[in-house]
Design a protein around this ligand. Structure first.
Ligand SMILES: *Cc1c(COP(=O)(O)O)cnc(C)c1O
Length: 263
């Protein structure tokens, strides 16, 4: 950030109400706390803390506030709505940010995604894969993708069923512009840790089996504010954490971003 705040850095009264007047400091503190919790979970699981990547989830955080997140050292921004991500990317185009799309994507939004996103954590259909490949091919670029699996069996969740995964992976070879990195899931939203853990363990087993079909599928994107420590104990390589860094999302968020997941 430049020493003299530009209008783009100024927080609205509503932003200050939600994030405080010095959000960079708060975000840096929260980030350090989350990193400590990641390190502790890694230690419990006998893993090295550097093995787990933290992907901060910036959905519903307005662009001017995200300049403060950048000042706090955050470079990877995870967004679940393409339109919202696209607007923020345009507003923050002067900053070297890596944009990760982590939510379900409609095929008619693919043309926007391929222009700025560095990865997609929510690949959930062959139709989407085909459209991504076609648009990437036109731009001469590749895209890192995680295949989303519905490990909880809930109707409200996107993702392939575990049964559909092997055939899906075999067909991905038709779309070489996609670089499969691993699998992604959202665990069941439940206070019962046993049920949450079961979702993560299922994804790990699916990953182990998938590697024989596609050696690139090595990583597990799983775990959010409410469950990232369990996810790490079950083998997460990427945790997607929003509220523990940026504070609780407003209840009304769904009204501004229709279709906001129940997460
Ligand atoms: C919002 C979201 C997260 C992060 O949730 P928090 O509760 O803010 O940590 C993770 N993954 C996906 C797909 C999300 O939409």
């Amino acid at each position: 950030m430049s020493p003299v705040p530009s209008p783009a850095d100024l927080l609205s009264d509503a932003d200050i109400d939600r994030f405080g007047s010095a959000p960079a400091q708060r975000f840096a503190q929260n980030l350090a706390l989350v990193q400590d919790r990641i390190a502790a979970a890694c230690a419990r699981a006998g893993r090295a803390p550097g093995e787990v990547r933290l992907l901060p989830v910036t959905k519903t955080v307005p662009a001017p506030v995200l300049r403060h997140a950048f000042a706090a050292g955050i470079r990877d921004f995870g967004e679940n709505k393409l339109q919202e991500a696209r607007d923020k990317q345009a507003a923050l185009a002067d900053l070297p940010i890596r944009w990760s799309i982590i939510g379900h994507l409609q095929t008619n939004k693919v043309k926007y995604l391929v222009r700025f996103a560095s990865e997609l954590h929510a690949l959930d259909s062959l139709r989407l894969a085909a459209e991504l490949h076609r648009r990437l091919e036109a731009l001469g670029r590749d895209l890192d993708v995680f295949i989303q699996v519905n490990t909880s069996g809930e109707d409200s969740k996107y993702g392939l069923s575990p049964e559909a995964l092997p055939a899906f992976i075999d067909q991905l070879t038709d779309f070489p512009r996609l670089r499969p990195q691993g699998l992604m899931t959202l665990a069941i939203l439940s206070a019962d840790q046993v049920r949450v853990r079961r979702c993560f363990a299922l994804l790990r087993g699916l990953r182990d089996a998938a590697q024989a079909r596609c050696p690139g599928i090595t990583r597990l994107s799983m775990g959010m504010t409410s469950d990232f420590e369990i996810a790490i104990e079950e083998g997460a390589d990427v945790v997607r954490v929003g509220q523990a860094i940026f504070g609780p999302r407003p209840k009304s968020a769904g009204a501004f971003w229709p279709g906001l997941d129940d997460v």
